[in-house]
Design a binder for this molecule. Structure first.
Ligand SMILES: Cc1ncc(COP(=O)(O)O)c(C=O)c1O
Length: 425
């Protein structure tokens, strides 16, 4: 049996009807090589994970060195030097007073941790989350995920979650336009608190920039307006930077675009260039609401993952990956906006840094075009480019390459997209 046949028989996959038919043999930087020798330019980065490039040599070397010393000894039972080192670095580079980190293995685990911490600190039980959001596939994180497609078959979910309209300007839930809306969707939070909660809200949880929901970038005033209201009601600001963190948005953390201080922030994906690790960082007084015995993760703070994470962060900062992502992303979006002029199917081009989305629509009424999005993705693969598809209506092309991708590769991706659109329309 070959790899695909073994998958069909032995691997439980469910996210899509069929996986992308690429058996990945190896990868380096922004390139992925299939088992058949075909080379792809990667515009998806393993779902926005290998921000510092596939098999980044510095990260790999740090991990290999750590493997020779210690792979695992339960970092929450004994002290592990790389855990301490990475936690110290995170406290230095994250905004505001965020200081103490709990390490887990996945984005969902980090968000579960943040939810529990928020409850213990505030002694309140409810959450407000955004419509269209995605926070993971555990029971609690699906409970704060605002997308029926992701939640199907898993209910009933935990009670006490109110869903607030997202700052999705292209499909404004209030039929308004930015900036004349005067941030109505943020101000409306008072009404959500008033009418959809029992005045017992621990935290407002949001992706700083929505990923799975279709690359939704809030206007620059949004989070300040939200924070003002949260402070009035004693509600914590809990930002999920699992996808938009680690340089992806053009800043090390997307919250740096918004000039607010979160109380709790979660990270995963780009944290260690592909090694499994997640982090939930909080102000010390919030983190200390966990009492001895409250929380643990056997693999959490794996020494190899933490060694990789330190090397990953050093590489990102030294190579100025966030700044470069910002500049490359701006040029990339300009080219995509040019393309949009000739392709009516592209309803919207949006993004921040190298977190870019193209929302495909069939007509002026913005009827979502999910079948066309799937066809473009397949056509791009034929041409040697890997891209993602997301959004509430599965009609958003997601372009989230490793941040080390070159400007030339991005331009050739735009040319390939132009050809794919010609084929599909
Ligand atoms: C914003 C966000 N939060 C949480 C998660 C869940 O992360 P994981 O799949 O590592 O549990 C994801 C995954 O896509 C995500 O994009």
């Amino acid at each position: 049996m070959n790899t695909m046949e073994k998958y069909a028989k032995y691997v439980n996959t469910s996210f899509v009807k069929a996986l992308d038919p690429v058996v990945v043999a190896k990868a380096s930087g922004s390139k992925v090589m299939g088992e058949d020798g075909k080379v792809y330019t990667d515009l998806y980065a393993g779902i926005s994970v290998v921000n510092a490039g596939h098999c980044n040599p510095e990260v790999a070397e740090a991990a290999k060195a750590q493997i020779d010393k210690l792979v695992h000894c339960a970092s929450y039972v004994y002290y592990a030097p790389t855990v301490a080192d990475f936690a110290e670095k995170l406290a230095e580079v994250t905004p505001g007073r965020l200081q103490k980190t709990f390490f887990g293995n996945s984005g969902a685990e980090a968000n579960e941790t943040g939810m529990r911490m928020a409850k213990q600190f505030t002694k309140k039980q409810e959450f407000i989350a955004l419509q269209g959001s995605f926070h993971g596939r555990s029971l609690a994180t699906l409970s704060i995920t605002g997308n029926k497609g992701r939640k199907r078959g898993g209910g009933p979910y935990i009670p006490g979650v109110a869903f607030h309209p997202a700052p999705y300007c292209y499909r404004c839930p209030f039929q308004m336009s930015y900036p004349s809306c005067d941030m109505f969707c943020a101000k409306y939070l008072e009404r959500t608190i008033q009418f959809d909660t029992s005045d017992n809200v621990a935290a407002f949880v949001a992706e700083t920039i929505m990923g799975e929901g279709g690359i939704i970038v809030p206007p620059k005033e949004y989070l300040k307006e939200i924070k003002k209201i949260l402070d009035q009601y004693g509600i914590l600001l809990f930002l999920d930077e699992v996808q938009c963190g680690f340089g992806r948005s053009g800043k090390l953390f997307a919250v740096e675009h918004y000039d607010v201080e979160p109380d709790i922030m979660t990270m995963a994906k780009g944290i260690a260039a592909g090694f499994p690790l997640s982090a939930c960082i909080a102000r010390p007084e919030i983190a200390d609401s966990f009492k001895p015995g409250d929380h643990l993760s056997t693999f959490g703070g794996n020494p190899v993952s933490c060694a990789a994470a330190v090397a990953n962060l050093n590489f990102m900062l030294r190579e100025k990956l966030p700044e470069k992502a910002l500049a490359k992303g701006k040029a990339f979006m300009l080219e995509l906006k040019e393309l949009q002029k000739n392709v009516p199917l592209i309803g919207d081009v949006r993004g921040s840094g190298l977190m870019v989305g193209l929302e495909l629509v069939r007509d002026k009424q913005k009827t979502p075009a999910p079948e066309e999005a799937a066809k473009i993705k397949a056509s791009m693969r034929e041409k040697g480019f890997l891209i993602g598809v997301g959004g509430t209506y599965a009609n958003v092309l997601r372009l989230q390459p490793p941040l080390v991708i070159s400007s030339e590769e991005l331009s050739s991706a735009v040319s390939a997209l132009a050809a794919s659109f010609k084929e599909v329309v």
